[in-house]
Unconditional design. Sequence first.
Length: 411
Amino acid sequence: ERSIDLLIQHQCPQCGAPATLTETDRLFNCEFCRVKSYLLQQNFFRYMLPEAAPKDKSLIYFPYWRFKGMLFSCIEDGIKHRFLDLSHQAVDSRYFPISLGLRSQALKLKFVAPETPGYFLQPTQPIEDVMKIFERRFSSTQSGPVFHNAYIGETLSMIYSPFYVQDKVYDAILNQAVSAVLPDDFDAESFSGGTPDWQTRFVPAVCPSCGWDLDDDREALVLKCKNCNTAWRPARNKLKPLKFAHIPENGEDTFYLPFWRIKADISGLPLRSYADLVKIANLPKVLQENFNDIEFYFWIPAFKVRPEVFVRLARNITVSQPQQKLIAEFPEAGLCPVTLPIEEALESLTINLTSFVIPQKDFLPRLQDIEITPTRVLLVYVPFQEKNQEYIHPEMLLTINKNHLKFAANL
């Protein structure tokens, strides 16, 4: 279940100094000019592998979808999970390799830029179709029906690999043939394509509200301004304000972990209040009158962890339904960076719901009739106590090993 982050060669947008990024890096702090920049890319990042072709060859860049993330499946035996790190053709062609193999992990990539020479093939196979290919591959190993699949914590990118054509298609990295002899009428430019017309955008990491430097870890998907107590997340070509709060805690050795608190309408299941949750999850609680007045929220980790830890944390905190007073500012304590975006948290709601409904076997066949529509989202920092190699929250029975956070970058 271990994967390796891609390494990307890059230049500082401010001073031009060389740098190497990993694919999860978002906040870039130049070692030379000390200017902080934040990476923005619409939909997904686009990379290219380095070529070593003879100078007289015209290069063709063939696109591959690359997916890295967690696949959760609801089956008769409960919730199963696996880690995926896969690539597949973004253009259906028998002349080019079906996948990248391990080379995207072995070589340093570059961002695709408009000035890159070569013919870039236009993707014609949507990522949705490719994911169905992956699903069919893995569902064939499951016994019994699959009631629901969810891809969570995913890193989706497109990687262009260089080739050139003689009598065969040649890999322009190793300069070796990868196809049989081509038909006489083969023309690579008969595929749709041309010059790349997109560019990775870097924006200054300064607060759009007050102009102060934004701060966080290099892989953070939410940046914080300590000057005006605001939080910002990427949205298309700019940074967008984000509502957040924290649960206050006065104890020593406090460390805060971020969670997405999500209010949602659920069709086909009465789950609007804490009273409904007590019944549906068969919690050992005596129903109180005020339980009907307590709104139900999903709580989802806003950080990447191993699949089994993700499900456990989401289930335990959702069943606990924290009711403490919230303060809309950053706490004066250590904070875990947000590395799981809200879009991924929303994808996980059905998995979260399935994890606590009892009896689960009776609920699973009903999943296709359940529709969850999010209505409100708040980022909440929850206090944990630091104990040796763990962060714990005794009241909510939450425990996470520090190593799970340390190695989450490999997910």
